[in-house]
Design a protein around this ligand. Structure first.
Ligand code: HEC
Length: 467
């Protein structure tokens, strides 16, 4: 009953919001034609609020839809589509954001600062792209007159963070028992796990922000403090969450630092600079400097955060016993590669940064390689038939063309073990998940696979997987 009432109320509110937004759009057009800049500006502000309301109402609508679908067979389907849509948005915004970060740091690095540079300029740069020639100039502080059409870069960052947080909620908060919590790591309640997740992001930002403000004048001290900070959080998440969730939280933390840098430091600083310039005052160079440092620090975070976002597909990283050390090594190695690329763009020769970073990453691959697990009792030859029986008993509830599991209605990742051929063809991954990482059967060994069964599969692989 309550959901029907909510549904109708939502529909009415949503229609009102959309109609008002539409009206505003027409009013803005009208005042633009009249050249009434003041009116246009104030109406645009209201319109932005209404756009935000549409987003909030849409999220509310999904929440109400969930009430309707809860407990039905469409519940998991709803989450699948939410996951798909939000992930898609997250990647798109993320590409726009990181692309802009790469591009502007490149401009900064490659700027011509010496030849034919006017006094008020820091430098200039020629580029050719898409069949056209571009000429850019960077001002030392600000131009004498702020142009009317000034482009800002902030929504990419905000929307990447917002969609990322929604994705965290969809995947890890709603399925906390399967994905966020691992009782073998720490047996905590769903509420406690979600609280730790959110609070850690806030505390992480407060510490990082203070570090930036207090230590940045000494590059070496700051770098050491930053490394300690990252090591602490990688270790901390490994103590409270499942391997997968620990990695994603480390990525969410870095992403939060990056977005908060934009929201709390870079954009407010730039606003103050623009306002000062509009009043004919000299902008405070400290604002420019702080924004520059944060934006440069964001640039170093890009490669590590991209690795973490795809790490979910690579259980040999997050599934490792020393997963947080692996994470730190990959973070440092990939930030090192970014450092090399930046140095190269500046025309500096750096001999050792790239080889050491690559060596670090290769050594991670080497260290995480599984030892060939020996099973002494492999006396008899294991047949594919034996293996198939085990897989049928333990895996096909989920991994089948027609899964019978309560949650997984479609074969996870498209992996099906209905026939002996399918099992044979997918033997490498079966070995990886069942014998090496042991994170299948999913959901804390939901189907109760025994160690003996894992050993039999181990033997079969070690015997060359006879058919
Ligand atoms: C309760 C349902 C469930 C059961 C039972 C289950 N799995 Fe999975 N499996 C999943 C889910 C969900 C994923 C995707 C998440 C992930 O990759 O960890 C997955 C992913 C996998 C993957 C990775 C596929 C890829 O290419 O990314 C492999 C391999 C796998 N399972 C093997 C097995 C084996 C072998 C068994 C039986 C011993 C098994 N699973 C039992 C749910 C299940």
């Amino acid at each position: 009953m309550i959901e029907i009432f909510l549904g109708i109320a939502w529909l009415i509110i949503f229609i009102i919001i959309v109609v008002v937004t539409y009206k505003l759009h027409h009013l803005i057009k009208f005042y633009k034609a009249e050249n009434n800049d003041e009116k246009v500006e104030s109406l645009q502000t209201s319109q932005n609020w209404f756009y935000a309301l549409i987003v909030i109402a849409s999220v509310g609508g999904i929440g109400i839809l969930y009430l309707f679908l809860k407990g039905t067979i469409w519940e998991s389907h709803l989450f699948e589509w939410l996951n798909l849509t939000v992930r898609w948005m997250h990647i798109t915004f993320g590409i726009a954001w990181i692309g802009a970060s790469f591009y502007f740091v490149f401009l900064e690095n490659a700027l011509n600062r010496t030849k034919d540079v006017r006094d008020e300029l820091a430098g200039n740069l020629w580029a050719v792209h898409g069949g056209g020639f571009y000429y850019l100039e960077k001002y030392k502080l600000a131009p004498k007159k702020i142009p009317k059409d000034l482009h800002w870069f902030k929504y990419e960052a905000y929307f990447t963070w917002l969609s990322g947080f929604c994705l965290l909620a969809i995947v890890y908060y709603f399925n906390a028992k399967s994905f966020l919590i691992d009782p073998e790591v720490l047996d905590i309640s769903v509420a406690a796990a979600i609280t730790i997740s959110i609070v850690s992001l806030i505390i992480g930002w407060i510490i990082y922000d203070q570090m930036c403000k207090r230590l940045i004048s000494n590059k070496l001290v700051f770098t050491i403090a930053m490394t300690v900070f990252l090591i602490f959080f990688a270790w901390f998440y490994a103590q409270v969450f499942s391997g997968r969730a620990a990695y994603i939280h480390f990525g969410a933390l870095i992403g939060t630092l990056m977005a908060a840098n934009v929201f709390f430091i870079i954009i407010p600083g730039q606003k103050r600079m623009v306002n000062a310039a509009k009043k004919g005052l000299a902008p405070n160079p400290e604002d420019g400097k702080a924004a520059f440092i944060r934006s440069y620090s964001n640039n170093y975070f890009t490669l590590p955060v991209l690795f973490i976002m795809i790490s979910n597909h690579f259980p040999s990283t997050f599934g490792n016993t020393y997963q947080w050390i692996v994470l730190i090594a990959i973070t440092i190695g990939s930030a090192g590669i970014k450092h090399y690329l930046n140095a190269r763009e500046k025309g500096q020769l750096s001999v050792w940064v790239m080889p050491i970073s690559v060596l670090l990453l290769l050594s991670v691959a080497f260290v995480t390689a599984p030892e060939k697990p020996k099973y002494e009792a492999c006396t008899e030859t294991v047949s594919l038939e034996q293996v198939s029986t085990i897989i049928n008993n333990r895996c096909t509830v989920c991994h089948s063309a027609n899964p019978t599991d309560a949650i997984w209605k479609v074969a996870p990742n498209g992996v099906k073990y209905d026939t002996a051929d399918q099992i044979y063809n997918l033997r490498d991954k079966i070995f990886q998940r069942v014998v090496v990482v042991k994170n299948m059967p999913f959901n804390n060994n939901q189907t109760g696979m025994t160690q003996e069964e894992r050993d039999i599969i181990n033997c079969w692989i070690n015997q060359g997987a006879p058919k």
